[in-house]
Design a binder for this molecule. Sequence first.
Ligand code: G3I
Length: 363
Amino acid sequence: MKKLILLTLSLLSITTASHAQGLKDIVGRHCLVGAALNQWQSAGKMAIVDTIVNRHFNSAVAENCMKSEQLQPAEGVFDFRQADLFVDYCEQHHLTPIGHCLVWHSQAPAWLFAGQPSREQLIRRIENHIRTVVGRYRGRIHGWDVVNEAIEDDGSMRRSPLYDIIGEDFIEIAFRAAHEADPDAELYYNDYSMAIPAKREAVCRLIRNLKSKGIRIDGVGMQSHVGLDSPDLVEYERSIDSFAAENVKVMITELDMNVLPNPWQFGGAAVEQNFEYQQKLNPYTEQLPAAKAREAEKRYMDFFQLFYKHRQQISRITFWGISDADSWLNNWPINGRTNYPLPFDRQYNEKPLVKKIIDLYNH
Ligand code: G3I
């Protein structure tokens, strides 16, 4: 009897201890774990977020305030106020800061592609942006999403102004400039829908091409904006293995889960697409039904089983936001919906998912 009591108490203490510990204590044994912060959160204006960050995260990324439209709204005019607050916040809260993102066709300031720039002019604009931004945070930013979303789902190069004006080598030009500006920073390529075989192969070719030219690339970001039915887990795992086989770190960089009906089976995260709002596509305005919440939690754990299995290859897991209330998925691909994509609810309460992840990693 005495042994049974002692065993029960010890099990209780382990369970309590493991939940008293946060994601950063348990998952953090294997990788960086964090979230994207919006500018109010990284300005320290949300005490509830500070509490969550201090308990669960050892890393953070700026959701928007380090994108080129925010940092250089006019040519040669830089606005670092929000980005400085983000980096300061990370240092105050012992978060490894990740820079997102240096070169992206979206959320770029209008002037960047204006005036029909020549190849040389656009290269100079890109290089000046990268050198100024990366140079400012030299030694403070752990790693940069150097290029974001340059490849289409079919594996072809996205026909953005970057590609059309400079050519495919805009990617290596960006990586070289970032490395020159901060030789110690890690450098990443980041994209969505990375479980698609054609895209996976194109990204592997990109990695090999950069490496063949002696250009530093440390990791690949699988954004992982997932749904209840996509991507296929077998293909997703093949991508983890394929990127790891290229001797780069694999990162889960923008993890969230759309639990709402997907209009016409639209996938990916190409923000330029939007659909007219329809009631049938916004069914859970009051709360998520228990059965759907269980389905979403099970689906999340399917991914975390993979992340745990590949914990030697995965160097970072970042949720794309903290609370359901903050998620871009409330407004994409349809504005004004009520989605439930993240590990904390609209009142910033921890969902049961968080403890399940901790228990999984607390083997
Ligand atoms: O800052 C303006 C504000 O002044 C204005 O009043 C308001 C209303 O229009 O818009 C605000 O800008 C919004 C910005 O987020 C900051 O909140 C933009 O409209 C809105 O389009 C923008 O959305 C962001 C989106 O990227 C833009 O592409 C999302 O918050 C952000 O989560 C999302 O993140 C991207 C990653 O960077 C790359 N991977 C895909 C991911 C999802 O699209």
